[in-house]
Design a protein around this ligand. Structure first.
Ligand code: PMP
Length: 345
């Protein structure tokens, strides 16, 4: 008999969205617009100048320097990885594991539970208030890791700003704050920070580069050193590093769609409400909508049959009868809305 895997693999299959070939793809919170031509030419020129026969810079010095300048911290306060998923996993590998606990409140991004399972970190299910948010009182005081997704996926909602004062009161815990959707959050408030706070960011959303697989974390240099202590050598390719550096030069152009997405998102919330559905208020590039009297899974099927792919959230813990719609181009959103109106009848 073959050796069976020691890992709980079912989690991965329940999280992933089907990769279907459709005309309107609004399921994985990507940017609706491809990066501009000038950026691609810059990337091509950088590849020509690079030394692909050599191993990458293990320290990703230039990229970390540039990200450090952007965040006003030393490069030693930055760890870069292949997407924020890998960054999160690296944090769990370094700080989780047997004997450690991770506090995660549902509903939230499914990968936290999966990574906790894969790293043998015990998951402590957290509570939310009646309004669906976290409060200081509700956050468990004894878990090793506290994971906060702000703004939250899949609800799209921001967490109360007061929570940012919590980490100094809980020095025995590491706060992992996932800010994947930070750029779509219009509040002008200071970023989460502190010795025991790890702020995770990604190039996949507002920078329109999901295909690049680039994420990073800003944290105290002792935390960053712990991550570099366990990650595989040369984990981030030379290509990823040079594309990411170029992306920082082209940041303004790459993020040009953010204001369009925000406008379209707010319009989407109004239209969904006008259909008699219950959209959640969103500070992200997607909208979670409770389908009310309609069966979310059935509506999802009808949309797929019309070549529109959104996310069926109806089986996710703590969500209920809902769909999650990524904001697309104005044309894609209009087509989604008119098709939805038709299938709701
Ligand atoms: N965190 C959250 C909250 C996300 O929604 C996603 C992507 N769906 C990620 C992290 C992963 O992003 P990346 O592409 O950087 O791995």
């Amino acid at each position: 008999m073959m050796l069976s895997p020691s890992q709980p693999q079912v989690l991965a299959t329940s999280y992933h969205s089907p990769q279907l070939d459709v005309e309107v793809k609004l399921n994985t919170n990507e940017s609706p617009l491809a990066p501009p031509e000038g950026f691609l030419l810059d990337v091509a020129a950088r590849i020509r100048r690079s030394s692909l026969h050599r191993y990458p810079d293990r320290q990703a010095s230039e990229l970390r320097q540039r990200l450090g300048e952007f965040h006003g911290v030393d490069p030693e306060a930055i760890f870069v990885g292949n997407g924020s998923n890998e960054v999160l996993q690296t944090i769990f590998l370094a700080y989780g594991g047997p004997g450690r606990t991770a506090w995660v409140a549902q509903p939230t991004y499914g990968m936290y539970a999966q990574i906790a399972g894969a790293t043998r970190t015990e998951l402590i299910p957290g509570q939310r208030s009646d309004s669906g948010q976290l409060t200081e009182e509700l956050i468990a005081s004894d878990a090793s890791l506290v994971v906060v997704c702000d703004p939250n996926n899949p609800t799209g909602m921001v967490e109360p700003a007061e929570l940012r004062s919590l980490p100094p009161l809980r020095p025995h815990q590491l706060f992992i704050v996932d800010r994947a959707y930070h750029d779509f959050d219009q509040r002008q408030i200071p970023e989460w920070h502190g010795e025991n706070v790890a702020v995770v960011r990604t190039f996949s959303k507002a920078l329109s580069l999901a295909g690049l697989r680039l994420g990073y974390v800003v944290a105290d240099p002792t935390v960053i050193a712990a991550l570099y202590g366990i990650v595989l050598p040369y984990h981030l390719s030379s290509l990823s590093q040079l594309v990411a550096v170029s992306a920082l030069d082209w940041q303004r152009e790459l993020q040009a769609m953010v204001s369009l997405v925000v406008t379209e998102r707010d319009a989407m919330v109004s239209r969904l409400a006008a259909f008699g559905l219950a959209p959640y208020p969103s500070a992200t590039n997607f909208v979670l909508v409770d389908m009310g009297i309609h069966d979310a899974h059935e509506i999802w099927n009808r949309l797929v049959a019309r070549s529109i792919l959104v996310r069926d959230a109806s089986q996710w813990p703590g969500v209920g009868n809902a769909l999650r719609i990524t904001i697309g181009t104005p044309e894609e959103n209009a087509r989604f809305l008119s098709t939805l109106e038709e299938v709701l009848r």
